[in-house]
Design a protein around this ligand. Structure first.
Ligand SMILES: *[C@@H]1O[C@H](CO)[C@@H](O)[C@H](O)[C@H]1NC(C)=O
Ligand SMILES: *[C@@H]1O[C@H](CO)[C@@H](O)[C@H](O)[C@H]1NC(C)=O
Length: 924
């Protein structure tokens, strides 16, 4: 949530009582007069000294590897890099699963250490051995045949690293000679270090740099690629575009008021990770740095320039496309991971092995969430809660925004409006529902507030630039301090706050939303913290800025684990994020707006997050700012029903939006969209489970399922949910039909509700009355569904399953899987889960079978969940009889129907249990 002038006025007497506060109210009012983001509040590259210097070719310095310094041990190459300016240490490490790490740091005698955000990684990467015989050293280079089968050459002068696969150049580091490393130094008046090197001002704020600028930068070239993706978070196209002559992509976690679309300005979170894809190969690069980072993207061809000789040598075609990414960070060191694929799924696995997966969420987390700034009091909550039942709309979680607290003191409740929180939560829980409250990292400056008092006494706040006083800024409560989550003791303290004893009024059914954690500082430069503020261990805020929110939400997550003695799965939503945030949080795209552009933009934004390893992502349904019209709201629900995190939210000044406040027609469309989501929950849950095993996103770009289909590489209106469902929702007003692209070769797609089969590749038109969400089942797949929709997902836990089988284009095969467990505890780690597959297959001239098989014998969950119906699409034969076999004897005859026009066969009441092996024979 962000500042809005009216809101601030409403609360100004209580919230912002001092002069600074009033000044701020005035500034924000002026700001809010314009309807979109005020760009002048945010820096351009030119206003940022280090970015300007890195970008300027005139400031390039040549680095060379000192030949004598090269040392090769069993797992890495180490060497000294030298320029006219300084000396650096280079390590190239060979890691398991086609991953390479390149580290460049100052020498050990540097004035100060450089920050490395190692907590972002899931684990210490394991190194692979290289044999003596795999290394070739000459005067000019050292060449290593890596265990992955790639050839890595370190060229000495000028310094460059090339990665080749067989004879093809894949990646090249520093081929543009942009390596730049501003070393820590003491000020020398006789020397001109350039603009903003020792001190920099922006608007009324000054940033002191006692050790000078310590920025780092280097370029990475993707050779043979025309398409690159990633770098969330930007409200921009899914395919990263060239920034030549424009602003670079900026990664600096910021609270941007009414953010604009189609721009690569910074937003709330940062994952400096780029994934390149062509029909034969995927590869990606992680730039592990938590400081402000800018990235230039340039596309060219590799037949010119320094790589020409390598390309000419091996490729017949002269036109080899190339994309150069130039990373520039304000501080930290150069720590680059290269993931060499070769397939999209390989890259997803390699990246998530290093940075972690999203652990299996509790089931309610992937159901429907109802939020608003604010549900006013307990009565309001009860009414909204009852409204969903009255109108027969399922809903799992009700959310409370900042107004639920006592004066914006998190972990407290408004004593009048929320006098009986436990009772309120228990009433929700009695109907199978949950609650979420907001908990932000700014702490109200108020000696009567226990968190403030504790943190002040324990020295747990971030300090100002002199390290003497607690850093003070303005946020929702007025004067606020900010907890220093870089300090492990603060993280422990924070986690402890979630215990049932310490968070009074909380229960096991209360979960958490971490907002404003960029951190948002209304009174700070660019609405965030001063870069020279001091953290634990003498780090400056500039060093750690982009990982600040990560530390908050991961401590929140741990707090929820601790409060249940590690029995129950947590749920945390965060706005700010970094590399590895997926290990502990879902992410939403922040304060969007109720317009069609924002609905459309949610797709590329969520796809960018998904390919960058963060799978549980969503955008506020309806748009946060502004009133929403009925048509837009209905279409938004339809799109979001097929996006991983599904939550409606609205600004405090917006008209109420509960679905029943609209016309009957709109209400029904919304209800159907939400019910559709609930019917697909077993499939979603299985996808989240599979993500936790192999790191694949749940919401996928078409190219991840159809890596060779080039016409889908820039697709950002449609997406895949898993590998079986393609969605292309309506995202424009008043459209009677949409055209969409069906990807792949030799694929057949079944329109979900009509069963109509369409062959790919090709474009098709689908009529789109208000009730229609164009979505298709891919031939060759089986989807588990639940068709008895109840008021919350927890009540559907033991309901029967319906299987949707879609035969492949030959009509002879389909398969799919189902994962089930109790939906909320960690008991699945003790084997209390089931993971089964279903297969449909032509076995002979007149026999088709459906078989179930246990995919994981260590899963022993055995609920009374049975299959109540099987729908088979694409049945072009005439079934004569259907028999169920639990064993080889005593077949049971099953009832079925077959529609010759739509080629759909329905088997009723097979009464097979999902945790028992069975076989169904269909005789033709
Ligand atoms: C080789 O050097 C690297 C980098 O200095 C180090 O991390 C690694 O442990 C060393 N490996 C062995 C086997 O000594
Ligand atoms: C489905 O079949 C494909 C192709 O044979 C196979 O790769 C995949 O693992 C199968 N999936 C399941 C869930 O059995």
């Amino acid at each position: 949530m962000n500042a809005d002038h009216q809101h601030i006025h409403k609360h100004s007497e209580v919230d912002l009582s001092n002069l600074m506060g009033r000044l701020l109210v005035f500034l924000l009012s002026v700001l809010a007069l314009s309807s979109a983001v005020d760009r002048s509040n945010f820096k351009t590259c030119d206003q940022s000294g280090f970015c300007k210097r890195h970008r300027n070719p005139a400031t390039k310095v040549e680095y060379a590897v000192i030949g004598d310094s090269v040392k090769i041990n069993e797992t890495s190459v180490n060497a000294v890099l030298k320029s006219a300016e300084n000396e650096l240490h280079l390590s190239v490490l060979f890691l398991e699963d086609s991953t390479i790490r390149v580290l460049i740091d100052e020498n050990a005698n540097a004035l100060r250490a450089r920050y490395q955000p190692l907590d972002a990684l899931a684990r210490e990467p394991s190194q692979q051995r290289i044999a003596e015989s795999d290394v070739t050293r000459t005067e000019e280079s050292v060449v290593i045949n890596a265990p992955s089968g790639h050839t890595i050459s370190v060229q000495f002068k000028p310094f460059r690293i090339d990665v080749q696969k067989k004879d093809e150049l894949l990646l090249s580091l520093n081929s543009g000679s942009f390596l730049k490393f501003e070393h820590f130094r003491t000020k020398d008046e006789s020397r001109d270090d350039g603009e903003g090197f020792w001190e920099e001002s922006f608007k009324s704020h000054t940033d002191s740099k006692p050790h000078g600028s310590s920025s780092v930068g280097m370029d990475v070239s993707f050779v043979g690629f025309k398409f690159v993706y990633g770098l969330p978070e930007h409200a921009d196209s899914f395919v990263l575009h060239s920034t030549a002559g424009q602003e670079p992509y900026r990664m600096y976690n910021l609270d941007v008021f009414e953010f604009e679309l189609n721009t690569n300005m910074a937003l709330y979170g940062s994952v400096p990770y780029i994934i390149a894809h062509n029909p034969k190969q995927s590869a990606s690069v992680l730039w592990l740095n938590a400081a402000e980072t800018w990235i230039d993207i340039d596309s060219s061809t590799a037949d010119k320039g320094v790589l020409a000789s390598l390309v000419d040598k091996f490729r017949s075609s002269q036109e080899v496309p190339q994309i150069d990414a130039h990373f520039m960070s304000e501080s930290g060191l150069i720590d680059v991971f290269l993931f060499l694929g070769p397939t999209p799924n390989d890259v997803f696995r390699q990246y998530s092995t290093l940075t972690g997966v999203y652990p299996l969420p509790p089931q309610f987390a992937i159901a429907y969430h109802q939020c608003r700034w604010n549900y006013n009091d307990e009565e309001d909550v009860a009414n909204v809660h009852a409204g969903f039942d009255e109108h027969d709309i399922p809903m799992d979680v009700l959310w409370l925004d900042i107004e639920h607290t006592d004066g914006k003191k998190y972990f407290t409740w408004d004593p009048v409006k929320f006098a009986n929180p436990q009772k309120m939560i228990n009433e929700l829980a009695a109907k199978g529902r949950k609650m979420v409250t907001i908990i932000d990292p700014h702490i109200k400056k108020d000696d009567g507030y226990h968190v403030y008092k504790d943190a002040k006494d324990l020295g747990f706040f971030i300090k100002d630039k002199d390290g003497a006083k607690d850093y003070e800024g303005h946020c929702w409560p007025g004067a606020s301090m900010y907890l220093d989550f870089v300090n492990p003791a603060v993280r422990d303290y924070w986690a402890g706050k979630f215990s049932y004893e310490q968070y009074s009024g909380s229960t096991k059914d209360l979960f958490t939303w971490n907002d404003m954690n960029e951190p948002s500082v209304f009174s700070g430069p660019e609405v965030t913290m001063h870069k020279d503020a001091k953290h634990y261990d003498d780090w400056e805020h500039r060093d750690i800025h982009n990982i600040y929110g990560f530390y908050q939400h991961s401590s929140t997550y741990r707090g929820q684990q601790m409060r249940s003695n590690n029995k129950l799965r947590p749920f945390v939503l965060t706005r700010s994020f970094f590399v590895g945030s997926q290990r502990t949080a879902a992410v939403w795209t922040g304060d969007n707006m109720a317009d069609w552009g924002h609905l459309k933009s949610s797709v590329p934004m969520l796809l960018s997050l998904s390919v960058a390893g963060i799978p549980h992502v969503g955008a506020d349904v309806g748009g946060f700012f502004k009133n929403v019209d009925e048509q837009l709201l209905a279409r938004w629900y339809q799109a979001a029903a097929f996006q991983p995190f599904f939550r409606a939210h609205a600004h405090i000044d917006c008209k109420r939006r509960e679905p029943w406040l609209f016309s009957e027609g709109t209400k029904n469309v919304i209800r159907d969209a939400i019910r559709t989501r609930y019917s697909f929950l077993p499939y979603w849950y299985t996808l989240f489970y599979e993500h936790s095993i192999v790191g694949k996103p749940v919401m996928r770009p078409l190219w991840s399922e159809f890596p060779e289909d080039e016409s889908s590489f820039d697709e950002e209106r449609e997406w895949m949910v898993g590998s079986a469902v393609l969605v292309r929702p309506v995202m424009d007003p008043d459209v009677e039909s949409v055209s969409l692209y069906l990807p792949g070769r030799n694929e057949v797609w079944y329109e979900w509700d009509t069963h109509k089969a369409r062959r790919s590749p090709g474009a098709v038109y689908v009529d789109t009355p208000m009730s229609k969400i164009p979505h298709f089942q891919r031939g060759g797949t089986i989807i588990p569904m639940r068709e008895r929709i109840r008021r919350a997902s927890s009540l559907m836990k033991d309901d029967p399953i319906t299987l949707y089988i879609a035969s492949n284009y030959k009509g002879d095969f389909a398969n799919g899987s189902l994962y089930l467990d109790d939906g909320e505890s960690y008991e699945y780690k003790n084997g209390n889960y089931l993971y089964w597959s279903f297969q449909y297959k032509k076995e002979g001239e007149s026999l088709y079978t459906i078989k179930s098989k246990n995919l994981d014998e260590s899963g022993v969950y055995d609920p009374d969940v049975y299959i109540e119906k099987i729908v088979i699409r694409g049945v072009r034969y005439y079934p004569r009889s259907v028999h169920m076999y639990y064993d080889d004897y005593n077949p049971e005859t099953l009832e079925f129907s077959h529609d010759r026009d739509s080629h759909v066969m329905v088997i009723r009441k097979p009464s097979a249990f999902v945790s028992r092996e069975f076989r169904i024979d269909i005789h033709t």
